[in-house]
Structures are given as structure tokens and as C-alpha cells.
Design a protein around this ligand. Structure first.
Ligand code: EPU
Length: 339
């Protein structure tokens, strides 16, 4: 267990916000997580993974527990598939690359998503037509209340669009230490349903895409419109894409031309938050050292020295404008931490 009493979190959050943590702890194993919980009862720690989906508004006095449990272990193998157990502290994209190098299929559409493996189930990360839940078997967790171990199967995680039980009724109740995945060894199911990916396959004249092809194309598409957090601070999509009633979508379409949409059910339609934000005139807008990325309106960026509060205030300006103009209440995808 490592402990720091005064440390800048600048290198621990992809927004690059320079706040001070006065109680920073790193757990390198499941055992260390359990002993931290037992030694710090009632401390309500902030659990930190890769820091790629979190906005610290101020300095943090509360305990922070960074999870750095490493390792990728093959736990079962048949002719058709492998079951692997992965430490929560592994970098997500390292896992994706490991899978592709071993020709294990399932994670390729999720290439280049920032963050760590342990955070992936919490918000059911997704991109290009695939979500974490599609290859997830179970996760091992530790109760924050008493340090006991519990395994959550796929169905028990109640996965939904960018959410799970760990973001809803069990929020801040469990720490994920390991995630188990089932990946294909042959006859991979290639998912190329997402329009820009389909288009890229056609443009590159690929007739039978392999998982490596898909991964490369996804990386290309992502890099063309999303900023690299190592170069410009950001946390990817700041808001979730809003899901609205079909009736409201119809009304919106009468007001605006070509409103993009994804059908969710007979009554519900998801529309891109980026589109509504752009319609409000917020694409590529700079406000001090924060703003929206010029190639994607849903990405709020830190040009260098923006504080967490400045980024937050800017996000709320966007939120209020969207509410006034479209009567749509955007919901933050990024976790906002007050102190
Ligand atoms: N659009 C605009 N203006 C923009 C950008 C996009 O109008 O500046 C419209 C276009 O109509 C475009 C549509 O929005 O077709 C969708 O854009 P994009 O394909 O970039 O996807 P997104 O809905 O903005 C979601 C995820 C991303 C994920 C991509 C690809 C959410 C909140 N975001 O973005 O995830 O990479 O799909 O699957 O669901 C993240 O979670 O941090 C993230 C980046």
C-alpha cells in the first residue's frame, strides 16, 4: 500500500486538473484493498481508476483509493473461447491490444477507450455498436462497508446504456478488483453495424474484416474526432446522449431539419448530445482555458490551466442553454466530485 499526504492529482485525471489530495492511497492488490477498507471504516473513499471519467472541482480532503491491481490470467479455454480474469488496474486499451495480439475476439470495437478495466463495468463502456456487457462474464468486488468479497454475474450488474447497478442502487458500495471476460478464439462475430465503421470498411475495400482490421479502423475514426487526453485534457463525452419520447422527437423534427437519431424502442429515441450542443452554437467554443473541442461538440477540453470549477461552470452553461432551447435536460456522463 502506498500513501501520500499531499499530492497533486494533475497526473491522475485526464482533464489534467491541478487539485491537491491530502489523503491519497494506492492499492496494488485485492488484499491491500481489503486491508484499507478494514483500517478505514466509514471513510467513504473516492475510488479512482484511470481518472479518465472524473472531474475534480476542488482540492480533495476525503480518502482517495487508487486501484492498481494488475494481471491478465487465462482461467478457462475451449476450442471456441477463452475465459480471462483481468486486474481492475490494467489499462483498458492494453487489454484490447493483448486480446487482438492473441486473436481473441470481442473487444476490438472498444479499442482506444481511455481508462482502466475496473471502471469499465461501472458505466458499461461502449463504442461503435458494442458494449462491455457483450463480453462480460462477472466481476469480483469488495464491499466498502465491511471488506467482504462478492462476485457479480452479468445479469446481476443490470447493465444499460452507460450505466449499471454500480452507478445506481449500489453506487459507492463496492470496489471492483477483477473482471472476467469471455472472448472468442475463432469464427469471431464482427460487429460493423455502426454507420461510420461500415463506411470505413467500404472505403478501405475490406471484404472480410478481421478483428485486427476492426480495431485499426476504430482507432482511426476515434483519433480523427476525439482529442488525445495526453495532448489536450478531456474525459471523452461529457454528457450522455439523451433519450427522448417519440412524440418529442417528432416535434423536434418539425422544428429542425435532419435530426440524427438511434431508435431505442417503439416509444424511445436516442439523439446525439453533440448535435443538440452544436445546434446551440457551442461547437469549438473557447471560454478561458476550457471549451468544446472543435471537431466534436460533446467533448469538453482543458487547454492547459482550467480549474475543475471552471470546466464545471462551462458545462452547466451548455446544459442550461440546451434546456432553454430544446427543453432537453442533459445528464453528465463524467463523474463530478465536489470535495
Ligand atoms: N455530431 C454533431 N456534432 C458534432 C459531433 C457529432 O452533430 O460535433 C452528431 C453527428 O450527427 C454524429 C452523431 O452526433 O453522427 C454521433 O456522433 P459520434 O459518432 O461521434 O458519437 P456520439 O454519440 O457523440 C458515442 C459515445 C462515444 C463513442 C461513440 C462511438 C456517448 C455519450 N458517447 O458518441 O463514447 O465513442 O458514440 O460509438 O454515448 C465516451 O463515452 O466518452 C465516448 C467518447
Amino acid at each position: 500500500m502506498q500513501k501520500e499526504n499531499k499530492i497533486s492529482l494533475k497526473n491522475y485525471n485526464s482533464f489534467g486538473v491541478d487539485v491537491i489530495s491530502s489523503n491519497f492511497n494506492i492499492a496494488n492488490s485485492e488484499k491491500e484493498i481489503i486491508s484499507f477498507i478494514k483500517n478505514n471504516p466509514f471513510s467513504e473513499p473516492i475510488i479512482l481508476g484511470g481518472g479518465t471519467n472524473i472531474l475534480f472541482k476542488n482540492n480533495i480532503d476525503r480518502n482517495i483509493l487508487k486501484i492498481q491491481v494488475k494481471g491478465i490470467e487465462l482461467i478457462n479455454e475451449t476450442e471456441d473461447y477463452v475465459i480471462i480474469s483481468v486486474g481492475a488496474g490494467e489499462v483498458w486499451n492494453d487489454l484490447v491490444n493483448w486480446a487482438i495480439n492473441n486473436n481473441y475476439g470481442g473487444l476490438e470495437n472498444l479499442s482506444l477507450i481511455p481508462g482502466n478495466v475496473g471502471s469499465a463495468p461501472i458505466q458499461n463502456i461502449g463504442a461503435y455498436g458494442v458494449e462491455l456487457k457483450d463480453n462480460f462474464e462477472n466481476c469480483r468486488t469488495i464491499s466498502i462497508e465491511n471488506g467482504s468479497l462478492k462476485i457479480f454475474k452479468n445479469s446481476e450488474c443490470k447493465f444499460s446504456y452507460r450505466s449499471s447497478v454500480f452507478k445506481e442502487e449500489l453506487k459507492n458500495k463496492y470496489i471492483i478488483s477483477y473482471v472476467t471476460f469471455k472472448l472468442s478464439k475463432k469464427n469471431h462475430t464482427i460487429n460493423s453495424s455502426y454507420e461510420p465503421l461500415k463506411q470505413a470498411i467500404i472505403n478501405n475495400k475490406i471484404s472480410n474484416p478481421t478483428i485486427k482490421n476492426i480495431s485499426e479502423l476504430v482507432c482511426k475514426i476515434r483519433s480523427s474526432k476525439l482529442p488525445d487526453p495526453k495532448l489536450i485534457g478531456n474525459c471523452g463525452s461529457f454528457f450522455k446522449n439523451p433519450i427522448i419520447n417519440k412524440i418529442d422527437y417528432k416535434k423536434l423534427s418539425e422544428r429542425e431539419k435532419n435530426v440524427p437519431f438511434y431508435k431505442i424502442s417503439e416509444k424511445k429515441i436516442k439523439i446525439p448530445a453533440a448535435w443538440v450542443i452544436e445546434k446551440c452554437g457551442y461547437k469549438g467554443i473557447r471560454d478561458g482555458d476550457t471549451g468544446t473541442y472543435d471537431k466534436h461538440a460533446l467533448i469538453i477540453v482543458n487547454y492547459g490551466k482550467a480549474s475543475g470549477n471552471e470546466i464545471f461552470e462551462f458545462s452547466q452553461k451548455i446544459k442550461n442553454t440546451v434546456l432553454r432551447k430544446f427543453n432537453i435536460l442533459l445528464e453528465e456522463e463524467v463523474n463530478i466530485i465536489d470535495n
